[in-house]
Design a protein around this ligand. Structure first.
Ligand code: NAD
Ligand code: ZN
Length: 248
């Protein structure tokens, strides 16, 4: 079953010129980063209501203490890219990957070696801090000298450069993702439940634009019935098999 679908994806990739990968938390679970919605996912341990921009502004110390806990699960020195991330690096080297639109804030695509300009982080990242007032950005130190961290330019509270609930997605990332989606000829989802909006609107748009859609995910997604090819499997296993098959 998988062999046939891998052959099918390989054929589509060989006939495509502008491939876009769309990734979610599922590509990073094999690196040890829990996703949100699976059993043992982060929402079983944390209440999403704690991570709103409103909470950060009204209760900065309390919210930052929770943020530091969740950050440790998503970004730390022990967490390394896995074979799924590496397969996307291979696709870039083969010159068939136009870009990666990711919902992840773990920075693992860049850490794996994909070029920064190819990676669009729709939900920002957890490696940097951004000032709530003057938007000054710095890389987040391993240990914060104060909680909440304060901007060295204007003294205001800083937030993680990741998008919190109640915030808009970064405009530039949305525009770039829109451009990539419109101009792609194959849109390949890897490891996403496709249930978080507006991120999940991009594969929906791809369908509207007549772009071929592939989905590699462990569980079902709402777009399965519309996809040209679906593989139910591991993000750390299927993409490397596809790369191998492309080389044959
Ligand atoms: P999600 O938690 O809604 O869904 C994850 C999907 O990945 C599930 O459908 C699951 O079946 C699948 N999956 C899990 N492990 C897999 C594996 N090894 N191989 C293949 N599939 C696997 O995640 P989402 O769709 O990315 O959206 C939720 C939000 O999660 C996003 O806003 C994102 O910012 C955030 N998030 C990011 C990280 C991260 O940066 N690594 C971690 C947790 C949550
Ligand atoms: Zn500032």
């Amino acid at each position: 079953m998988n062999i046939l679908t891998i052959k099918k994806i390989t054929k589509i990739l060989k006939n495509s010129e502008k491939v876009v990968a769309f990734t979610g938390a599922g590509i990073s679970t094999e690196s040890g980063v829990p996703d949100f919605r699976s059993p043992n996912g982060l929402w079983e341990k944390y209440d999403p209501a704690l991570f709103t921009i409103h909470k950060l502004k009204s209760k900065p110390k309390e919210t930052w203490e929770k943020l530091l806990q969740i950050e440790k699960e998503i970004v730390n020195k022990e967490i390394k890219p896995n074979l799924g991330h590496m397969a996307l690096v291979e696709l870039e080297k083969m010159n068939i990957l136009e870009g990666i639109i990711t919902q992840n804030v773990d920075g693992l695509h860049r850490k794996a070696g994909n070029s920064s300009e190819k990676v669009i982080e729709l939900h920002g990242n957890m490696r940097e801090l951004e000032c709530l007032n003057c938007k000054n950005r710095i890389s987040q130190p391993d240990e914060l000298s104060e909680v909440p961290p304060r901007c060295d330019k204007c003294g205001s509270i800083m937030k993680p450069a990741a998008v919190l609930f109640g915030e808009q997605l970064p405009k530039e990332a949305l525009l770039r993702a829109q451009h990539l989606t419109e101009n792609s000829d194959f849109f390949l989802v890897i490891g996403s439940s496709l249930s978080v909006q507006p991120a999940a609107s991009f594969p929906q748009k791809a369908i509207q634009y007549g772009v071929k859609l592939g989905i590699i995910n462990r569980d079902e997604t709402p777009l399965d019935t519309k996809a040209d090819v679906i593989i139910r499997g591991k993000a750390g296993q299927i993409p490397p098999e596809i790369v191998k098959s492309l080389r044959k």
